[in-house]
Design a protein around this ligand. Structure first.
Ligand code: PMP
Length: 387
């Protein structure tokens, strides 16, 4: 196990005066705090015997029903029986790795990919094989070619781990036209897709995308989360799995945590049942869209020639490609001294490449601060280019 570059940055990025465009944290100050506070108090008092007790490792049944309604927004038809509540979707990833991976097993991922997924796979001693992406997400031909090469070498990967919608760290989305191809390629190769989708409902310009899972119930293990749409504090995520996998996930969850916080699950369930969820999602989308716009405007205004960046239409992240020769990891200390923090690209690549990239997040600072942070970063890059 190695420390995540994102975690290591938290203390630096939270220094006074530093604009952090590093961590992908939601803005929880925009939540209906009074309503959530009332629900917490009310549930602890009126449902004490249940809310403060151990619960099942599969999760609260009423919450699992609500989770099915949430997934229906992405075209998924699911039974509450097949949902396993987890401690954030991070735990779903860990449990998935625990039940599938033996040392030296192959996991195929996008390159770059979610850094903490890489850490999970590394902890189970998996071998990562990466597939490139472009502005339409993972490239199907490259995926097919990779699986073919592995098959020729006698290796069948256990999993294809993907963040198809509003990717972390790149911000791009797998094009609708590519989705059937990805499902088909993995299906033919007998590789289970792990669709990690914490950002899918934060679509700025469209209705939510149709999930991969919607068209491949047996070929996709879907992971979801309320961390970005509600609050990470509840630590409520979930896995939707084919029944054989679901039973193993529940067993693994029992071993890991015995029980979830029932109180947290009940708050989320009541919140979904009693608060205007579609309006809440709309408000979140508008807030993050305004911040995305502030970041893209600032990048277009200030970044020096030779820099490229993605244009996300949902989620939290912009991925920046730096001019040749500029190393984002090496530049970080100077960036912090100039009052801005980002995440260097190398942490998102299993092979430690990616020094010419960095990830910016627009989810947490207010738009004026986002502009100021980008202005500082662009100033530093301009000075670096002039040296
Ligand atoms: N997957 C991805 C792609 C993420 O970005 C995150 C959060 N950064 C997670 C999973 C885990 O989120 P949580 O455990 O809070 O649901």
């Amino acid at each position: 196990m190695v420390p995540s570059e994102v975690r290591a940055l938290f203390s630096v990025a939270s220094r006074p005066g530093v604009v952090s465009l590093a961590g992908g944290m939601p803005d929880v100050t925009a939540l209906p705090a009074d309503a959530l506070g009332e629900l917490l108090g009310e549930l602890a008092v009126t449902r004490t015997a249940v809310a403060l007790q151990y619960g099942s490792a599969q999760g609260d049944p009423a919450l699992r029903e609500r989770i099915c309604e949430v997934m229906a927004m992405e075209g998924i038809r699911a039974r509450a029986d097949d949902v396993v509540v987890t401690v954030g979707s991070q735990q779903a990833l860990d449990l998935t790795a625990r039940i599938f991976l033996d040392p030296d097993d192959v996991v195929v991922t996008e390159a770059p990919t979610y850094v903490t997924a890489l850490n999970v796979f590394a902890a189970y001693q998996a071998r990562i094989v990466s597939v490139p992406m472009d502005s339409d997400g993972v490239i199907p031909n490259a995926l097919e070619e990779t699986l073919r090469r592995l098959a020729e070498a006698g290796r069948r990967p256990k999993l294809f781990y993907t963040v198809p919608t509003f990717h972390n760290p790149v911000g791009v989305t797998l094009a609708d036209a590519r989705r059937p191809a990805v499902v088909d390629i993995c299906g033919r190769a007998g590789v289970l897709i792990v669709e990690d989708n914490p950002y899918g409902l934060l679509a700025f310009d469209h209705q939510p995308r149709r999930a991969l899972r919607a068209d491949a119930p047996d070929g996709v293990l879907y992971l979801g989360s309320f961390s970005k749409t509600l609050a990470p504090a509840f630590r409520v995520g979930w896995a939707l799995a084919p029944p054989s996998v679901r039973d193993k996930l529940v067993l693994a969850a029992e071993g890991a945590i015995l029980s979830h916080s029932v109180l947290a699950q009940l708050v989320v369930e009541r919140c979904l049942a009693t608060q205007p969820w579609p309006e809440h999602l709309k408000a979140m989308r508008e807030m993050y869209r305004e911040r995305r716009d502030a970041m893209l405007d600032a990048l277009a205004t200030w970044m020096p020639p030779g820099c490229l960046w993605t244009r996300p239409d949902g989620g939290f992240f912009v991925w920046v490609t730096l001019p040749p020769g500029v190393d984002s990891k090496e530049m970080l200390a100077r960036a912090v001294a100039a009052g801005v923090a980002y995440v260097p690209g190398s942490g998102f690549f299993a092979d430690g490449t990616g020094h010419g990239h960095l990830r910016l997040s627009y989810s947490h600072p207010a738009p004026e601060l986002i502009r100021e942070g980008v202005r500082r970063l662009a100033g530093l890059l301009t000075a670096t280019a002039d040296m």
